[in-house]
Design a protein around this ligand. Structure first.
Ligand code: F6P
Length: 355
């Protein structure tokens, strides 16, 4: 049996633990070959194919390593591949199918977030045998309770908040930390609660400056002249979604954090400073949770391949690993739900959510 494996979309800590687990578990079966595909599906889009055989030696020592040994890209959608020379994007999906057939692959394990899994689902419809593994620091995949990469990103953000607390206090400033999360605020919410943020702003809850200022005022009444405000990159003020998107322009380069800091300064004269954490959340050594979860996902993925349960994506549900049909989760993502236990916890300890 010949099985391909690739990582797609943005990288995250823990990808290598999945790859390692797949390869090591495959070695426990007779006649299973693992082939790593370079840079998402790009390795299948042009010849010579970007593939290489993986064995236990290849994956030795990668458990603690951030990133992905296979490489990745979020500009590799075979259904509409950007043309480097400009012009219309190209549909290279049939090239991918051809490569899959010529390489005699029996299946492909696709490790990715919502974008990559959506592509995988379309390729599955064209006849590829696919098992999906959910990953993203954002933790916003509908299929699973936890994606690989989330725990590490929260750790990094929580440490940043803890560090900002002390300097905020020394200078009596409002420190704004912008964390990742385009569509979902799981990272902001978890890290903010964990490190005692005073305000947490999420894409799920359009915020008002009045609510934030009221919170800062309340703190002042109690003799607290500093605060830490955690903002998910996709957060926006009430009624301001469109104008904000236009004015902040480019994603991931710091937009909403600066806007919040400036607006608060203008309205209150409180000294503000901004930190945009950016890709630091995605790099470095994965947490023990992501390494263990990645290993469990990798083993499960290989089991699903051996059982020929293709067209499925792995899901962690209530502490158990299971699989879900692609068609049931494709295109669905998981924002922070209104009844989320962490949302309730944040409200319960008096954190301002901008409402
Ligand atoms: O989806 C993961 C994520 O890290 C988001 O939180 C963020 O908006 C995006 O990827 C960043 O993508 P890029 O690496 O292309 O800037």
């Amino acid at each position: 049996m010949k099985v391909g494996i690739c990582t797609g979309g943005g990288d995250c800590p823990g990808l290598n633990s999945i790859i390692r687990a797949v390869v090591r578990h495959a070695a426990q079966f007779e006649n299973v070959e693992l082939w790593g595909i370079k840079d998402s599906f790009n390795g299948l889009m042009s010849e010579p194919y970007g593939v290489r055989k993986l064995d236990c030696e290849t994956v030795s020592g990668i458990l603690m390593k951030g990133g992905t040994i296979l490489g990745t890209t979020n500009a590799g959608n075979p259904f509409s591949l950007k043309n480097p020379g400009g012009g219309d994007p190209e549909d290279k999906s049939q090239k991918v199918i051809k490569a899959y057939q010529e390489l005699n692959l029996d299946g492909v394990i696709v490790i990715g977030g919502d974008g990559t899994q959506g592509i995988a689902y379309e390729l599955a419809k064209l006849g590829m045998n696919i098992v999906g593994v959910p990953k993203t620091i954002d933790n916003d995949l509908a299929s699973t309770d936890q994606t690989v990469g989330f725990d590490t990103a929260v750790e990094v953000a929580a440490e940043a908040i803890a560090r900002l607390q002390t300097t905020a206090e020394s200078h009596e400033r409002a420190m704004v930390l912008e964390v990742m999360g385009r569509n979902a605020g799981h990272i902001a919410l978890h890290s903010g609660i964990a490190s005692g943020a005073h305000v947490i702003l999420l894409p799920e809850i359009p915020f008002s400056y009045e609510a934030i200022i009221q919170k800062l005022d309340e703190r002042k009444q109690r003799g607290k002249h500093h605060s830490v405000i955690v903002v998910a990159e996709g957060a926006y003020p009430k009624g301001g979604e469109e104008s904000f998107k236009v004015s902040s322009g480019r994603k991931n380069l710091g937009g909403v954090g600066h806007m919040v800091a400036e607006e608060l300064f203008q309205r209150t004269n409180i000294e503000t400073r901004v930190t945009v954490l950016g890709h630091i959340q995605r790099g470095g050594v994965p947490s023990h949770v992501d390494r263990a979860l990645g290993t469990a996902y990798g083993v499960k993925a290989m089991d699903l391949v051996m059982e020929k349960k293709f067209g499925t994506i792995i899901a962690l549900k209530g502490g158990r690993l299971t699989e879900i049909d692609y068609q049931d989760v494709a295109g669905k993502f998981r924002p922070v739900p209104a009844d989320d236990l962490y949302l309730q916890a944040a409200k319960g300890v008096g954190i301002c959510l901008g409402q």
